[in-house]
Each structure stands twice: as C-alpha cells, then as structure tokens.
Design a protein around this ligand. Structure first.
Ligand SMILES: *[C@@H]1O[C@H](CO)[C@@H](O)[C@H](O)[C@H]1NC(C)=O
Length: 145
C-alpha cells in the first residue's frame, strides 16, 4: 500500500514536469496596446514592459483602422535586429501586415520561437517608429514559468 502511494506521487511529479516542459498551460492572446490598439502617437515601450512576460505560443493581435479621412495609415513591420529596431531603419525590415490588415479581428502573430521579435510601424518615413510606435517581445519557454 505504501509502495503504491509513492509510485503515484512519483508519477504525478513526472506528469507535472512533462506538462510544464510541453507547455500544456494555456497560451494567451494579447491585443497590442490594449484599449489604445495599434496607433501612431502612442509609445509602446511602457506597454510592452507591462505585458511581460510572454511565453512561446502566446499570440499578439494588432488592431487598427484602415486608412480613412479620420485615421492615417499604420502597418506592422518586423525589424531584423536590435540595431534596426533602435534606429528605425526599415531597409531590411519585413512587412508583416499592410495598412488594411488590422481591421475587425486584427492581424495575429504567433510568438512560436524563443527569440526576440522586433515590431514597428513603417509609415510616415519611419517617424511613427521614431515617436515610439515600436516594441519588442521575447517569448520565454514555459519551463521558466
Ligand atoms: C517611450 O517611452 C520610453 C519609456 O518610458 C522612453 O524611454 C522613450 O524615450 C519614449 N520614446 C519616445 C519617442 O518618446
């Protein structure tokens, strides 16, 4: 009886560790900027800081209006490295979502790798970016949770 109990405890521990390693806990979906969504004139540094930590397989949703008389165009670029991100240099940036992709459900990015993701708006010759419309995210493996 005692033997059986200790085996059950051992099994439970193995299952718990395996579940943690496999990332069984719930991935979350975060709207970038919260109620502010993705817009020019908002500084995303603080927002990104407050929304740490993120974990691998969490998702970011970019929501923004298509360009119109009342809202200027915004988009989402993926910056290749920290330096491009810091200097808002879009020469090697990759367009993730153009100005029309943020409406309704928004544009979703799955953070599926353990790496830094640098995001920035590429409109108005990089001025949106230079004014703070950028942030980076490093999703952690769940075993650090
Ligand atoms: C955005 O906010 C961060 C953190 O408060 C600050 O360091 C940075 O200078 C701000 N950027 C701009 C363009 O104001």
């Amino acid at each position: 009886m005692k033997m059986a109990l200790s085996i059950n405890v051992a099994q439970a521990i193995v299952l718990l560790v395996a579940a943690t390693l496999l990332g069984v806990s719930q991935a979350k979906t975060v709207v970038v900027g919260g109620d502010e969504k993705w817009r020019s004139g908002f500084n995303y540094t603080e927002w990104a800081f407050q929304n740490n930590p993120l974990y691998i397989n969490d998702k970011l949703v970019f929501k923004y209006e298509p360009p119109s008389a009342s809202s200027s165009a915004v988009d989402v670029y993926w910056m290749p490295d920290l330096y491009s991100y810091m200097t808002c240099d879009f020469s090697r940036a990759k367009l993730l979502a153009d100005a029309t992709k943020g409406s309704d459900e928004g544009f979703t990015v799955a953070l599926d790798q353990w790496r830094p993701y640098y995001f920035a708006c590429g409109q108005s010759d990089g001025l949106d970016c230079k004014h703070g419309m950028k942030f980076f995210a490093v999703p952690w493996p769940r075993w650090f949770k």
